[in-house]
Design a protein around this ligand. Structure first.
Ligand SMILES: Nc1ncnc2c1ncn2[C@@H]1O[C@H](COP(=O)(O)OP(=O)(O)OP(=O)(O)O)[C@@H](O)[C@H]1O
Length: 250
């Protein structure tokens, strides 16, 4: 099983330092880890730094199986200008970093991924004519086909309806359990984070504010200090914790 670990990791754009000195314990495979924090805290930047799309201080350690495509970043903005069908775009994603020959079983694998996300009916539609939510599901297919060891999903449910949000989170959690990959998900919906993610990292004020079991990390005091809201965490009628926001603090 794979494990990711960050040692004194920092990132900046030009002179604008987004965060520094982020050090974590092992971010384990097999479970989902939520990456949370306010707007502009640096969640996407952290993902780009982990994926090697951005240089910076520190070291990203990855232990586990040897893989051709160890870390895959699924961006928040899934806008597509390319004149490609959904199927072509997923095939193209599978070819990144490898040759152009289509091996036996690769097309069946794409069919399987599209079916598992219930978007087989979109296979031969042009990317440019899809809705925001449909594009988000295609972006997940493009990430899955690359069979990464570490999957970084940047707000993968932000454009999805309620059914699809739950479906994608359940699917991703099952995938992590089944395959042992490490999945980090940037989320603004803290109820989703508490329900689907075992661990959480909180990024704010240019640093890692907290990390650990999601239920230990998401507390009323964190919500007050980091999100500036007055909030309670209560058990719903089925016993699950629920964040209830009472007011934005002045
Ligand atoms: N390409 C870039 N060039 C310069 N600054 C950038 C760039 N991308 C992001 N930033 C800045 O870096 C900071 C962190 O942005 P980032 O997108 O990582 O935050 P985030 O936590 O993902 O935000 P959100 O929750 O709003 O998506 C912000 O101040 C942003 O303006």
């Amino acid at each position: 099983m794979v494990a990711l670990r960050l040692e004194a990791v920092g990132a900046q754009y030009g002179r604008h330092r987004v965060f520094s000195d982020i050090t974590t314990g092992d971010i384990a495979g097999g479970v989902l880890t939520a990456v949370i924090g306010p707007n502009a805290a640096g969640k996407s930047t952290l993902f780009k730094r982990i994926a090697g799309l951005l240089n910076g201080d520190g070291v990203v350690h990855l232990s586990g199986e040897e893989s051709l495509r160890p870390i895959c970043y699924m961006p928040q903005d899934t806008g597509a200008n390319a004149v490609l069908t959904v199927y072509e775009s997923v095939l193209l994603a599978s070819k990144q970093g490898s040759g152009w020959k289509v091996a036996d079983g690769e097309l069946e694998e794409i069919d399987r991924i599209l079916a598992s996300l219930r978007i087989s009916d979109l296979a031969f539609r042009d990317l440019g004519e899809l809705s925001g939510g449909q594009r988000q599901l295609v972006a997940i297919a493009q990430a899955l086909v690359r069979k990464p060891e570490v999957l970084l999903m940047d707000e993968p449910t932000s454009a999805l309806d309620l059914f699809r949000q739950v479906e994608v989170l359940q699917f991703t959690r099952d995938l992590a359990r089944r395959s042992g990959i490490a999945v980090l998900i940037a989320l603004h919906d803290l109820n989703h984070a508490m329900r689907y993610c075992e661990h959480a990292l909180v990024v704010a004020d240019g640093r890692l504010i907290a990390s650990g079991a999601t239920s230990d990390v998401i507390t009323p005091s964190l919500l007050r200090d980091v999100y500036r809201v007055d909030a309670r965490i209560e058990a719903c009628t089925q016993g699950r914790p629920l964040v209830i926001v009472d007011a934005a603090l002045a």
